[in-house]
Design a protein around this ligand. Structure first.
Ligand SMILES: [Zn+2]
Length: 253
């Protein structure tokens, strides 16, 4: 067992025995989050007409995108804490919110039979972090919706660079053949909803979707906790030899 696993396990154990503080403001909290942070996070949701109803799904390229919130403010802080601050409990909380929000959306009715597949981390990064944040979110989503959780539907075969530092072309190169079908693939007769923490250019989502589609799966949608201001790149299907060339993303005004 490596030192990082031991220290990560110790840190999880320590948390079990200490009274919990809100991971976002460190004040004592009876639930995962204190009520102030809870309310502030709910304010980061994307909702249609400000009435708490989910916004319509966006369709880009071949994937429907459903994002709970905007990647800013306290939600950005929460996702950073989830990924780099060893605050795993935030993943389930965000997943439950995402799942409950999804249930209110009309599109959820046609995907009631779907399997939920989290975007996987490479084994090495998974061991360093101690968990896959997308899998924690997906678990929460399945708890809220009753959808089938296919935790190991996909696996990551390449330990890719962190994507935030890369441009669109570099992201594509970085992810080339990064995924393959996981050790416990879901039923091929069911559609798949991918889950990720953040949706940025869509390169990761599309690469994962293509991997599953090559194996005969239908992958109609991705759900993410937050969407950044980038929209998915436009794929030029006139260049099939290159698998479609991805053009520059543009910023949402
Ligand atoms: Zn708080």
């Amino acid at each position: 067992m490596s030192m990082s696993i031991i220290s990560s396990t110790l840190s999880h154990l320590t948390k079990l025995f200490l009274s919990a503080n809100c991971p976002l403001c460190q004040r004592s909290a009876s639930k995962v989050l204190c009520s102030a942070c809870h309310q502030q996070l709910l304010g980061c949701r994307q909702s249609a007409h400000g009435n708490g109803q989910p916004k319509p799904i966006q369709q880009r390229n071949t994937l429907d995108i459903f994002a709970w919130g905007h990647y800013q403010g306290l939600l950005k802080q929460a996702l950073t804490q989830l990924k780099y601050g060893d605050q795993a409990e935030l993943g389930l909380w965000l997943g439950l919110e995402l799942g409950n929000y999804w249930r209110k959306h009309p599109a959820s009715h046609r995907l009631q039979q779907a399997s939920v597949v989290p975007i996987p981390l490479h084994q090495q990064r998974h061991q360093q972090r101690g968990y896959n944040q997308a899998a924690l979110i997906a678990k929460g989503v399945c708890k809220a919706t009753g959808l089938h959780f296919a935790e190991h539907g996909l696996m990551r075969t390449k330990n890719t660079q962190a994507m935030y530092s890369l441009g669109v072309e570099a992201r594509q190169t970085n992810l080339h053949k990064a995924f393959r079908l996981g050790p416990k693939p879901p039923s091929p007769s069911k559609p798949i909803i991918l889950i990720d923490d953040i949706y940025t250019t869509g390169t990761t989502a599309l690469t994962a979707a293509e991997t599953l589609r090559t194996e005969g799966y239908r992958v109609p949608a991705i759900m993410a906790v937050a969407q950044t201001k980038y929209v998915a790149p436009v794929v030029d299907r006139s260049k099939p030899d290159h698998g479609g060339q991805i053009l520059k993303p543009r910023l949402i005004p």
